[in-house]
Design a protein around this ligand. Structure first.
Ligand SMILES: [Zn+2]
Length: 215
């Protein structure tokens, strides 16, 4: 295994240190948490380690992207050849007239957890980034336009991040979608709830004022 270089002699024996290093590669996990997780697993029953290993190694093959929105969905049994659809796309109670475009599946689930949105989703699988060489052909733009051929869709909400790349992506999409006669909106950006206004930076404050709504 290619291991990041460590200074001095390693504290732990290799088989343990390898696991700590693997955990440290995960987002939000520092050395302390990585070490705690590794000790936890060391002291766990074999079955717990086995369940974790099985779940990790089979995760990809047990999941499929939703054929409509690219959300994740459990892989259908081999005899089922119909395109896999996620529970949101299958739900007849969802509003088919409104489609919200997000960069990734995590954002889909964040919006879903808020319980505020009852329409359908479209996951772009990234955002435009000339620096990282991401162009429109690498995102699910063509698939979005295909979905917009459905005359039911009346509004597209652009929920890309409020970063330079996210804004560029939103602008790019709005120029494609508006000529189709479909309403395009952008999610509002603003102040985190519970934060004193004096601590909010000027750009965020400006965006919040722009995104004001009747009260
Ligand atoms: Zn779906």
């Amino acid at each position: 295994m290619d291991r990041p270089s460590r200074t001095g002699s390693p504290l732990f024996p290799d088989p343990f240190q390898d696991l700590v290093d693997l955990f440290r590669r995960l987002p939000g996990i520092g050395t302390k948490t990585a070490t705690r997780l590794a000790f936890h697993l060391l002291q766990s029953p074999d079955s717990e380690r086995q369940d974790l290993a099985t779940s990790l190694s089979s995760m990809k093959e047990r999941l499929r992207p939703c054929a409509d929105c690219r959300n994740i969905v459990a892989a259908p049994p081999p005899e089922d050849s119909s395109p896999p659809l996620c529970s949101i796309c299958l739900d007849p109670a969802r509003d088919s007239t409104i489609l919200i475009v997000v960069e990734d599946i995590q954002t889909l689930y964040s919006i879903e957890k808020s319980g505020e949105f009852r329409g359908r989703y479209h996951v772009l699988e990234g955002r435009l980034s000339p620096l990282e060489g991401v162009d429109p052909a690498m995102l699910r733009v063509r698939e979005l336009l295909r979905r917009l051929e459905n005359p039911e869709v009346r509004e597209v909400v652009l929920a890309t991040s409020p970063t330079t790349e996210g804004e560029a992506t939103a602008l790019y999409l709005s120029r494609l979608v508006k000529p189709l006669g479909i309403r395009v909106s952008r999610i509002a950006f603003g102040i985190p709830v519970g934060l004193e206004l004096e601590y909010v930076d000027e750009v965020t404050l400006m965006r919040a004022v722009e995104g004001r709504h009747p009260f």
